[in-house]
Ligand binder design. Sequence first.
Ligand code: CO8
Length: 373
Amino acid sequence: MQIVISGTGLYTPKEGISNLELVTSFNEYVRQFNDARQNDIASGKMEPLQESSVEFIEKASGIKHRYVMNKEGILDPKLMRPNLTERPNEQMSLQCEMAFFAAKQAMQEANKTGNDIDFVIVACSNMQRPYPAIAIELQQALQIDGYAYDLNVACSSATFGIQTAVNAIKAGSAKAVLIVNPEICSGHLNFRDRNSHFIFGDAGTAIVVEAADTATADCQYEIVDCKLKTLFSSNVRNNGGFLSRCTPESRDNADKLFVQDGKKVFKEVTPLVANLILEHLEKNHIKPNDLTRLWLHQANSNMNRLIGTKLLGHEPSTEEAPIILDEYANTSSAGSVIAFHKTCKDLAKGSIGILCSFGAGYSAGNIILKKIF
Ligand code: CO8
């Protein structure tokens, strides 16, 4: 059975923060923090906090800018978190609203209405609440009859969602599936942590997956094959959860937000991903040089350069491996889908590419795609 991606959508928050704005606010926080503790610092009782730098961020990650759901709270040195108003239950939740805009665009591209979809997956790193599922709220907002659930495999949520959609269609439990990745990464990023305050941004993406015989979209990619891998690691971790209130003394510790050993992640995940893609291509009798485009996860441009070079035997051009993290930063599961959404239309019929995600878990997912329309 031939299964295709027949539409994608993107929600980009209205507000953006440049590295300079982020670093200026962080360094003001550092100044105020150190000033308030100058005696302890002078006596050697504690180390002063170090400033962040635009040059470091751009060199180490390639990130220059990010979009966020609330800029003013993040840049306020006294707050350093998004300032978001809690909504009443009667109102659509923030995460559902993001998902809704991306989903509408993907459905429009795929020439689908709510009547045509029968399975909704909200696949992303963090849900704004445990239940009811954001996916079921979205299902209702889009007037979809069928079933819906949330799925979280951190940065790899979108590719794991695609595999789930393919399985459901092949098994006959769904005809057309909507996968949505509303990532409010700023909600669980520690903007007071110099090592990670620059890493993430917010965005939402959506994908329609259906059987080729029902697809009518102008642009369609056959899902040739999917390969998923997980390997437990605490090198990217967030310990926040419903048990946090049971130990109030540590409830607000830094580990209740995103923490990582970035160097270890870089060193361990880069070869894991390159080998996963090579094995996957070999299984499908595809040579790496047959690939026209690599839509890689958007965490770090140096990481993508290394993975691309290992695959292609030369440093990939931005045409071969598009980069959107310079503008969006790491948007977790949405990253590779944003890259795909922005650069999938211009390929010739018959072109082959990969949509690849990797991140916390560790988790990695590779989807081989072939443009058929
Ligand atoms: N400004 C200036 N200097 C800095 C800064 C800063 N902001 N931060 C660190 N430094 C210093 C360090 O202190 C260190 O100094 P020294 O050498 O004196 O000790 C030096 O710069 C080098 O630091 P690092 O070794 O940390 O620098 P790296 O070159 O390793 O770069 C990166 C850091 C950019 C984080 C890099 O390691 C990286 O990108 N690694 C891969 C990370 C990755 O892909 N992680 C996947 C996680 S994403 C995911 O799975 C989704 C999770 C769920 C979403 C969560 C949303 C919040």
